[in-house]
Design a protein around this ligand. Sequence first.
Ligand SMILES: *Cc1c(COP(=O)(O)O)cnc(C)c1O
Length: 480
Amino acid sequence: MKFPEQSAIKYPSLTPLVSRWMKEIWINGDQIRSIFEEYGSPVNIHNGEPFKNNIEEYRQVFNQHSLKHTICFARKANKCRFFPKEANRLGGGVDVASYRELEQCLDLGCNPDELVVTAAVKKEPLIELAISNDVLLILDNEDECCKVNRMASRHQKKIEVGIRLSGFYVNGQKLYSRFGFDIDHAAEFILNRLGEQNELDSIQFSGFHFHLDGYSIHERASALEQTIDQADILKRHDITTSFIDIGGGILTNYLSSKTEWENFQKELQKAVKGKRDPITFRNDGLGYKLSDGKLWGEMNVYPYFNEISKGTFLDRILSHTTEKGKTVASLLREKDIEIRIEPGRSLLDQTGITLARVVHRKKDSNGNWLIGLEMNRSQLYSSSTDFLLDPVYIPMSDSLQKSQDVPVYLVGGYCLESDIILKRKIVLPTLPNIGDVICFPNTAGYMMHFYETHSHLFELSTNLIAVRNSKEFIRDEEIK
Ligand SMILES: *Cc1c(COP(=O)(O)O)cnc(C)c1O
């Protein structure tokens, strides 16, 4: 097996960062054969070791800053039962966003004290389940507060809740979000409406929450600083903020080379301008557009290469110096506020791969090789326009004839012209045989599950969990 490095000049490579456990699977052809025989294609394989390391990396950063903290895995980034269970076993929490996510976490034995409900829409059964299990609800708007208050009082309970904030000021501009209470009115609402003395007397404020779109450290740190200011305002009225939850969205780095990442963008721009042959299916600009001979827009993809990611990213937020000349970390310490995060994607870094079998090879009418895979686009798809990592080719027959690199497109099983698994043209070391395998590395965060559909009544992909050093696998459904 090899990555298509030698063709870097013609079709730019994007070499993924990969883990040893993945390589051990790739070299074991017999094992792959029996996995496909048993489970069909495609198959997602997960490994808990990197998950543990990722949690540990965040924990270390918090400890370096001597901060009380909770790390909640954002359940929505992957469907497997394994990860919430594992998060709980490792002393972390889980951020759930629906009734079934909450129910499943409770069934898996997750500690209710470490669960948090951030669902965008909270129906009564979800609120009911949270209240009866004393799970923290993060509230988004006034109607929601009234509803939760009503239900808590029906249970004759006084419950603690978190309040979601938005509308932070960054460089004099308000950051827009459809979620949460506007920061300009939140404190007033909490002081006048929530708690014992007020109308909504069955819910009591216990902390703030926000989750920002985008990956700006400056915006994140500034939002945290402004949230601490809100806690100060409440403190003057004897209301304690016991936690601030800064959500997820901590950057992950997927690629091994900055040069490759920059080169890819240059080549893509050239191709869209017609200055070289296309490097994407039908010269898709992945967000770049040509209009009046000029290039517009930008790539509409996740930023796959990041020098600052995971622990370093978190450390930068906590080390941000506030207007008062202190770091946000020291303010949190002084005020005895616990910090919480809800990473989804970044905790799943290096934890999963997707394997699919080659079903046919053909040339299209433009002379491009199309490699048909036993999978569909929804099984490797997020809101990112393309998954920008080189897949790994795993030949399954022993008689690998020496041949030249072959540029191909990988296509899938939906009856849609657009069912192209990767928009990028991929260079394989040879034309694959039927039954050979393509592996997409590092797909656990959003890529494999978030948009997976049942169209054509296809079965959903099988999810396996590697145990005993990837010598054995169990189906995720068997996780109890
Ligand atoms: C999506 C989401 C997360 C997780 O975001 P990642 O980018 O996967 O880390 C955390 N909290 C909330 C409220 C979210 O909506």
